[in-house]
Design a protein around this ligand. Structure first.
Ligand code: SAH
Length: 230
């Protein structure tokens, strides 16, 4: 598989961001840990190995970028744990999507992993400053990601329908506008539940528009909030 990004020499750094450190993260994801099962899809593992996660966090946190943990990105938000990114990406790839919508750009890391897999990525973020920083990273890595500053609970109707939708912030219930923008045969992955703990849901819409749903794992995400901020 060809990963669609421009790898810059500085992207493969030394020490705590080296290829060896990234390979160790990928080994951990493959094995799984605690109740979380291992990631099997080699395309996903390859994308995690390739996308430089340390460029998606503040420099002061770069040495922790290849730990399997969520990290703060400012504004009370977090870059998701690599295992969660890998799990959601694996589930999303099952139905063979090409056009994907993400709600909650945050650092841009999840969007970058999807773009590295050759998917057409659309992403929506409500915090302007996070989105501006994420856009710089996409540019720096030569990634073509379409992004919008908006309240993602309305989705991106002008660009839909989407073959897959991934929501990276938690809501108490599935957002109807989003399931509405899912194409027949499509998959939606979203954490659903209250603050502190949620279930990661996988929803499939069949050719007739019927919806089936499955629980993938217990997860913890920041909340899906309403409105936009600069
Ligand atoms: N996918 C991100 C995870 C970021 S955390 C990453 O890889 O880094 C969740 C993000 O969702 C936060 O940036 C938060 O601001 C954003 N968010 C929360 N509610 C939102 C909404 N209604 N619309 C768009 N983004 C939202």
């Amino acid at each position: 598989m060809t990963l669609r990004m421009r790898l810059q020499p500085e992207a493969i750094g030394s020490g705590m961001t080296s290829q060896r450190v990234r390979d160790r993260l990928v080994d951990r994801l493959r094995e799984g840990h605690h109740e979380s099962g291992g990631i099997r899809d080699e395309r996903v593992l390859n994308a995690i190995r390739t996308v430089p996660r340390h460029l998606f966090v503040d420099e002061a946190l770069a040495t922790r970028a290849y730990e399997d943990t969520a990290l703060p990105i400012g504004h009370g938000q977090t870059i998701s744990q690599p295992w969660v990114v890998a799990k959601m990406t694996e589930a999303l790839l099952e139905s063979g999507p090409s056009k994907v919508l993400e709600i909650g750009t945050g650092s841009g890391y999840q969007a970058a992993v999807l773009a590295a897999l050759g998917l057409e990525v659309h992403t929506v973020e409500r915090i302007g400053e996070l989105l501006r920083t994420a856009r710089k990273r996409f540019r720096q890595l030569g990634m073509n990601v379409r992004s919008k500053h908006d309240d993602g609970r309305i989705g991106w109707p002008e660009n839909g329908p989407f073959d897959a939708i991934i929501v990276t912030a938690a809501a108490p219930a599935l957002v109807e506008a989003l399931t509405g923008q899912l194409a027949p045969g499509g998959t939606l992955i979203a954490p659903v539940g209250g603050a502190g703990s949620q279930s990661l849901l996988k929803l499939r819409k069949d050719a007739d528009g019927n919806i089936t749903q499955q629980t993938l794992a217990p997860v913890v995400f920041v909340p899906l909030l309403s409105g936009m901020v600069d």
